[in-house]
Design a protein around this ligand. Structure first.
Ligand code: WQD
Length: 339
């Protein structure tokens, strides 16, 4: 029996594939490599000394899905594949709804036809929007999304809610990520954003390595402890381990479960910058800039439900996130060798 990982060559996907393999789980990957590199999986194979069957292609490709489902005995799908840039989604909404929502619908439909009734879905704290009290629990209202990326995740969550209500045999675990950062401690795999990084940690790493002059701190007038944005940064390896915990508990409890995957701690932009300098002994120049449109002041999780029901909690702190992000950046100044 195998697990199909869609988007398994991506940043979070590759770390999840590594963790699954190290647990002795057989993994099949489908990835279109539009925002990832096959090199990530070559390195995962080297680290784990395990093989991975990789199919290049689109999750929405019915022919390819049927080939995979015919060739492999798959019991669960972990669905990472999708576009994930908030900024890009604002200018390309149709691409996001096609690549995220339509592809997910095709996948769910084919799974049901084939009697593959376990799905773990990669969602995001973005579905909470910006109207919640902190910390955010899974019961917090969702739907106040402010961009097509977040709305696409929300739509897929709604689809999964409806499908599980109509089909008690179809079992779904939704994992809402807070802010994934860091890399496997080996520095062999990590975050390799296309172009100029939108997110804070990869941008800080690229300033520290000399690729960019300084960090623009987006806003110093938020109602937070130091005026800069506060987020719940979570080590990508903790996130990967959360997926294994979800897999191990997939047949327990209700057939539609939702969990926050965060540390439950909020750190400001300035916290991250000072921690980065302390851990790496590198200076990170910054300038205070205007707020970034669509940003919220603060967001951090209450991850206790995942601990109660999955026995999972994040183990790695901000210093380890910074150390591992920097280790990856130093070893791979230009990311993966672009295939
Ligand atoms: C973090 C903080 C910025 C860059 C996004 C997506 C979310 C999820 C994680 C997928 C904020 C500040 C940032 C910079 C800065 N991705 N910042 N200068 O926006 O919280 O979440 O990534 O699920 O869906 O929205 O992450 O890293 O972009 O920003 O000051 O150059 O850093 O204002 O306060 P964000 P981020």
């Amino acid at each position: 029996m195998s697990v199909l990982v869609t988007g398994g060559a991506g940043y979070i996907g590759s770390h999840a594939v590594l963790t699954l393999l190290q647990k002795g789980i057989d993994v099949i990957v489908i990835d279109d490599f539009s925002n990832s590199s096959l090199e990530s999986l070559e390195r995962v194979k080297k680290i784990t000394n395990r093989d991975i069957k990789v199919y290049k292609g689109d999750v929405a490709d019915l022919r390819l899905l049927n080939l995979i489902f015919s060739n492999h005995d798959i019991h669960t799908v972990i669905h990472f594949a999708g576009s994930k840039s908030v900024g890009e989604s604002i200018s390309k909404p149709i691409h996001y709804y096609n690549n995220n929502v339509v592809a997910s619908l095709v996948l769910i439909n084919e799974m049901m036809k084939r009697g593959i009734y376990n799905l773990i879905f990669s969602s995001s704290a973005t579905v909470y929007g910006n109207s919640n009290t902190m910390p955010v629990t899974e019961n917090a209202p969702i739907g106040m999304t402010t961009n097509p990326y977040g709305t696409s995740k929300l739509m897929i969550e709604k689809i999964l809610d409806d499908v599980t209500r109509a089909n008690s045999s179809f079992r779904v675990t939704v994992l809402r990520y807070f802010n994934p950062v860091g890399a496997h401690f080996s520095g062999e795999i990590g975050e390799d954003p296309n172009g100029i990084p939108n997110n804070l940690m990869p941008y800080v790493c690229q300033v520290a390595i000399g690729k960019y002059k300084q960090v623009s701190v987006y806003g110093r007038d938020y109602p937070t402890k130091d005026g800069t944005g506060v987020r719940d940064y979570i080590h990508v390896m903790d996130l990967a381990e959360g997926h294994v915990a979800a897999l191990e508990h997939r047949n327990e409890g209700p057939n539609h479960k939702v969990y926050n995957l965060g540390t439950g701690k909020g750190y400001s932009v300035l916290d991250l910058l000072t921690t980065f300098e302390r851990v790496t002994f590198r200076s990170v120049p910054y300038v205070l800039s205007e707020r970034r449109p669509g940003d919220i002041a603060e967001c951090w999780s209450d991850p206790s439900k995942a601990y109660r029901e999955l026995g999972w909690k994040a183990k790695r702190g901000l210093e380890e996130m910074v150390r591992d992000a920097w280790n990856w950046q130093q070893k791979n100044p230009n990311g993966y060798i672009k295939a």
